[in-house]
Ligand binder design. Structure first.
Ligand code: ADP
Ligand SMILES: O=C(O)[C@@H](O)C(=O)COP(=O)(O)O
Length: 409
């Protein structure tokens, strides 16, 4: 293994694995820290953790254990993947995990770059934009677990990290890999937030980061990495999977809410609420049966508007509401797979993590891209998945994913 990656959630990890696989690296996504060595042919290993919204010290412990395993596989470079909308709180977990990984790798400098222009995320003057809005006005200020209320990544990172936070500005990035490498070399020790507006900026940053032991960022920054290892892009093979498809959405992000509305107009869809789950009104077996009996691509969703989420969180507490819903989706996924569902589509990082952990899948092979940042994944000969990041995908994502998983594009 050449490149060892640690993703702080499952959708983000599949996003990164997608970029590396498209870049020609033989990539595997591991669900949690593997118990056995990697297969010999794997060049990039992406360990998915559900560490974005847990206590910082737990996230650090898990990430260091993942690092140990990746080091044992012989990796030459390490990548800490977080969200392109920098999902975190002033306590973490990006800063504490980046600090701990840098300390373990005995490196005094690394880069911080959530940019992903293909999905509309750019960093300029140290500020993160989602399309033409600042992060804090993009809808991410209403995220149920990690509301992003400050678009200045230097300030948000500095709140979380014990290390100094610097900045490499767009003018330097536009001057190319040599200029970025020199800026990294001359910068004082610490984390450098790097501006990036275009894919070519990310490729230049990737080239400049060739000798850094640790890189941190969104999947965009991985665009330039396969080339550093002599890999060139190629087609990702896929055998379609027939059988029952089931979609589940626990994401309340803006893009997902649109996808849910569009899907519900054409396919069977059923809403669940935290109240119904917690009060025990909702019978898991009945919901699973309903999903398995539907035609088309049935969707189970809790996705709701910010005012509805705020009301539930005020009454129940955000952790209680999230845990109840994540657990219900995970148990439902286990039930429908037990009943023969072969294509599972989930929306939302935490939601997807809960589902994949409950399905006890050890690793996922990377297939073709469904929409930017979302690959088709094969868990085993009878089960394929798509794990959609909350804000990714076109309005018809669920139907499109079911088709790509089936081998119809
Ligand atoms: N209606 C709702 N009310 C409160 N919390 C919700 C609701 N629907 C989903 N959630 C919770 O919000 C969180 C959404 O996070 P996640 O699944 O990571 O989505 P995203 O990828 O959009 O961030 C999950 O913990 C989920 O259980
Ligand atoms: O970088 C991204 O935006 C994604 O890869 C990602 O991490 C998304 O996380 P969720 O929106 O929580 O699914």
């Amino acid at each position: 293994m050449l490149l060892g990656c640690i993703g702080d959630d499952f959708t983000g990890s599949s996003d990164l694995a997608n970029t590396l696989a498209k870049g020609g690296m033989r990539t595997v996504q591991y669900t949690g820290i593997p118990h056995a060595p990697a297969a010999q042919e794997v060049q990039a290993g992406v360990i998915s953790l559900k560490s974005r919204s847990i206590a910082p010290e737990q996230a650090v412990t898990l990430s260091l254990r993942a690092l140990d395993w990746l080091r044992q596989q012989g990796c030459q470079q390490f990548f800490f993947k977080y969200c392109s909308t920098f999902d975190s709180t002033p306590q973490g977990n990006i800063g504490p995990v980046a600090d701990a990984l840098a300390a373990a790798l005995e490196t005094d400098r690394t880069i911080v770059c959530p940019a992903f222009p293909g999905a509309g995320r750019t960093v300029f003057q140290g500020h993160l934009f989602v399309h033409d809005r600042l992060l804090s006005e993009s809808g991410m200020q209403n995220h149920p677990l990690t509301p992003m209320t400050d678009p200045d990544i230097r300030r948000w990172m500095a709140a979380q990290s014990a290390r100094p936070v610097g900045h490499i500005a767009a003018e330097t990035v536009f001057a190319g890999a040599g200029a970025i490498r020199a800026a990294l070399h001359d910068a004082p020790a610490g984390h450098q937030v790097v501006d990036a507006l275009r894919d070519e900026d990310l490729v230049a940053i990737g080239r400049a980061a060739r000798d850094l032991p640790l890189i941190t960022g969104g999947s965009g920054i991985a665009l330039g990495l396969p080339e550093n290892f002599g890999c060139t892009s190629g087609d990702v093979p896929w055998n379609g999977q027939a059988g029952q498809a089931v979609a589940m959405s626990g994401s309340c992000s803006r893009a997902t809410r649109e996808q849910v509305a569009q899907h519900a107009a054409r396919h069977p869809a059923r809403e669940i609420t935290a109240d119904a789950v917690i009060s025990g009104q909702l019978a898991l077996g009945e919901v699973a049966n309903w999903l398995m009996q539907q035609e088309g691509v049935p969707l189970l969703y809790s996705s709701a508007d910010p005012d509805v989420v705020r009301d539930i969180q005020t009454r129940l507490g955000s952790q209680t509401a999230s845990a109840a819903l994540e657990n219900f989706f995970a148990e439902t996924a286990r039930a429908v797979v037990g009943m023969g569902a072969t294509r599972i589509i989930t929306a939302g990082g935490e939601t997807s993590g809960a589902v994949v952990e409950r399905l006890a899948l050890s690793q996922l092979a990377i297939g073709p891209e469904i929409d930017p940042g979302v690959p088709a994944l094969r868990a085993h000969p009878n089960l394929v998945l798509a794990l959609k990041s909350g804000n990714f995908g076109a309005a018809d994502f669920f139907e499109k994913a079911a088709n790509v998983l089936e081998g119809k594009s």
